[in-house]
Design a protein around this ligand. Structure first.
Ligand code: ATP
Ligand code: MN
Length: 147
């Protein structure tokens, strides 16, 4: 049913709960798992200080991806790839789905910044609305318990 599953991550606690679901689904279906982090491209040219900050943020994203890739391999997912791309996160995720023939996306309701503002973070909302493939949206446990 599913051969290629995409887990987009911003490296946050909000995404953490989606990781277990993505790994379990990949194992269940014998699917490949792609872990994708998108760094926002700066619109303006940066001074050295801002560039250093941006590099540090990018490095954080990269290590979040690597950590999840390692965990998935350890838990027995056969094919795991870690990818970092630059761009607008929701657009880059949707393009990745098209280009790489992903057939299921697994992501969190919330990520780094939006916690209690809305029902869904803006990246998840747009991906869920615009994706051609099913999107599994995983809440934080306490979020689910509030129902
Ligand atoms: P907002 O960004 O709208 O302020 P938020 O940060 O709480 O709110 P989202 O950004 O939509 O919520 O995050 C929800 C999910 O979207 C995350 O769990 C993750 O799966 C995905 N996501 C968000 N940002 C990125 C990113 N830069 N790269 C990859 N995946 C991302
Ligand atoms: Mn966000």
């Amino acid at each position: 049913m599913y051969e290629r599953i995409l887990l987009p991550t911003d490296g946050s606690e909000g995404t953490e709960h989606a990781v277990d679901h993505a790994i379990a689904l990949a194992k269940q279906f014998g699917a490949a798992l792609d872990v994708l982090h998108v760094t926002d491209a700066p619109v303006l040219p940066l001074d050295a200080h801002s560039q250093a900050l941006l590099d540090a943020i990018e490095e954080e994203g990269r290590s979040a991806v690597e950590e999840i890739v390692e965990r998935a391999s350890r838990r027995g997912v056969g094919t795991v790839a870690g990818v970092v791309r630059e761009g607008e996160p929701y657009r880059t995720i949707l393009d990745y789905v098209d280009e790489e023939d992903v057939d299921l996306v697994v992501m969190g309701t919330h990520g780094r910044t939006g916690l209690d503002r809305y029902l869904l973070g803006s990246v998840t909302e747009r991906v869920a609305r615009l994706s051609d493939v099913p999107v599994v949206i995983v809440p934080r446990p306490d979020e689910a318990a509030e129902e």
